[in-house]
Design a protein around this ligand. Structure first.
Ligand SMILES: Nc1ncnc2c1ncn2[C@@H]1O[C@H](COP(=O)(O)OP(=O)(O)O)[C@@H](O)[C@H]1O
Ligand SMILES: [Mg+2]
Length: 315
C-alpha cells in the first residue's frame, strides 16, 4: 500500500494529514457533520432538496415498537433495515424475498421474524453505532441494481463514491460487493474498488484490499470492461449534494437503480483516500485547480458536472 502511495506522489496524491488539516477542517463546518453522520437526517434532507434516494418505509426508535414489527412488515416482500448511524456496512439487513414467516437475505440465507426483531433491537441498543450510542432503525426500499452491473457485483448492490469539492465532482470509484464483503459494497469488508474515468464513467483500474485486481473473484467478470450508464446524471446528483449540505469536501455515494435511476445512498464528511489508488489518479491537481479559483464560480450542479466531465477529468 505504501509503495502504491509513493508511486502516486508525482501524480498529486493527497495524504491523510493534508486531507484532515487542509481540506476537511477548512471546508467542512463541524456543525454540519450530524447531517451526514445520520442516514435518517440525510434522507429527510434529500427529500426536501429533491435529491432522489431510496424511499423511507418507516423508522423504529423504541424497543417496545419491535413488538409491532410484524405489522410494519406486513405486505412487504423486500426491504432493507439499517442503523441510522451505522458505517462500513455493519448492521445492514437486506431482505430480497419472503414466504409466510420466513425472510430471505441477499445471500439466500433465511431469517425468521424473531431474528429480525432481535436485529432491530440490537440496532436500537447501539450495537452498530459509533461509541455504542442508542440508534434508530431505518426501514427502506430495496434498491434493484441496474442490469449493467449484474456480472460485476456479487449478491449486493454496488455504489459509486464521488469526491465532491466545492460542488465539483473530482474523483469517482465504483465499489463492488464480493463474497468476502458479504454482499455489501464496503472496501474494508473486502469489496472491490474500481476507479472510474471522470470523463466517461469507464473503468481505469481496480483494487481489493488496496491490491490491484483484474477479475471479480466470484463472478469472473473482467473489471476493465465496467462502464457506468447514465454517467452525466450520476455526476449531477453527486454535485447537487453540495448544494444540499454545504459541505465543501464531501463523499457522495450514489447507486443506479434499474427503475428510478441514480439515487443518493449516503454522504460522508471524511471520505477515504483509497479512491486514489483505485483510479490511479491523485486528488491534488483537481482540488488545487478549484481552490485557486480556476474553475468558474456560481455554476449550477449541472454545469459543475459538465465542467468535471470536460475539464477536471484531464487534470
Ligand atoms: N436499500 C438498499 N438496497 C439494497 N442494498 C443496500 C441498500 N442500502 C444499503 N445497501 C447495501 O449495503 C451497503 C452499505 O450501505 P450504506 O447505506 O452505504 O451504509 P454504510 O454506512 O454502512 O456504508 C451498500 O453499498 C449496499 O451494497
Ligand atoms: Mg456506505
Amino acid at each position: 500500500m505504501f509503495s502504491a502511495y509513493s508511486q502516486l506522489r508525482e501524480k498529486g496524491v493527497l495524504g491523510l494529514n493534508q486531507r484532515n488539516v487542509h481540506f476537511i477542517s477548512r471546508y467542512n463546518e463541524r456543525r454540519l457533520f450530524p447531517l451526514v453522520d445520520d442516514k435518517l437526517k440525510t434522507k429527510l434532507m434529500a427529500g426536501e432538496a429533491h435529491v432522489n434516494a431510496p424511499h423511507l418505509i418507516g423508522t423504529i426508535q423504541y424497543q417496545h415498537e419491535t413488538r409491532d414489527l410484524e405489522n410494519l412488515l406486513k405486505g412487504l416482500r423486500e426491504f432493507v433495515i439499517k442503523p441510522a448511524k451505522g458505517s462500513s456496512g455493519k448492521g445492514i439487513l437486506v431482505i430480497v424475498d419472503r414466504s409466510e414467516d420466513e425472510f430471505v437475505k441477499s445471500s439466500g440465507a433465511k431469517v425468521s421474524l424473531q431474528e429480525i426483531r432481535r436485529h432491530v433491537s440490537n440496532i436500537l441498543g447501539g450495537l452498530f453505532s459509533l461509541a455504542g450510542k442508542p440508534d434508530i432503525a431505518i426501514l427502506e426500499d430495496l434498491i434493484h441494481s441496474d442490469p449493467a452491473f449484474f456480472s460485476f457485483s456479487y449478491e449486493g448492490v454496488p455504489d459509486i463514491r464521488f469526491i465532491v469539492f466545492q460542488g465539483f465532482p473530482v474523483l469517482a470509484m465504483m465499489r463492488l460487493a464480493t463474497h468476502r464483503s458479504d454482499g455489501k459494497a464496503n472496501l474494508h469488508q473486502g469489496a472491490i474498488g474500481v476507479g472510474l474515468d471522470l470523463a466517461t464513467g469507464a473503468a481505469i483500474g481496480a483494487v481489493q484490499f488496496d491490491r490491484p485486481i483484474e477479475f471479480h473473484p466470484d463472478t469472473g467478470a473482467s473489471l476493465k470492461d465496467l462502464r457506468i450508464p447514465a454517467w452525466k446524471d450520476m455526476l449531477e446528483l453527486a454535485a447537487k449534494c453540495y448544494d444540499m449540505t454545504k459541505l465543501g469536501y464531501l463523499g457522495s455515494d450514489i447507486v443506479l437503480d434499474a427503475k428510478r435511476g441514480p439515487l443518493l445512498l449516503e454522504l460522508n464528511a471524511r471520505p477515504g483516500l483509497a479512491i486514489q489508488i483505485a483510479s490511479q489518479t491523485g486528488l491534488l491537481h483537481r482540488l488545487t485547480h478549484i481552490e485557486e479559483g480556476k474553475a468558474p464560480k456560481g455554476f449550477t450542479a449541472q454545469q459543475r458536472a459538465e465542467y468535471a466531465l470536460k475539464r477536471l477529468s484531464s487534470l
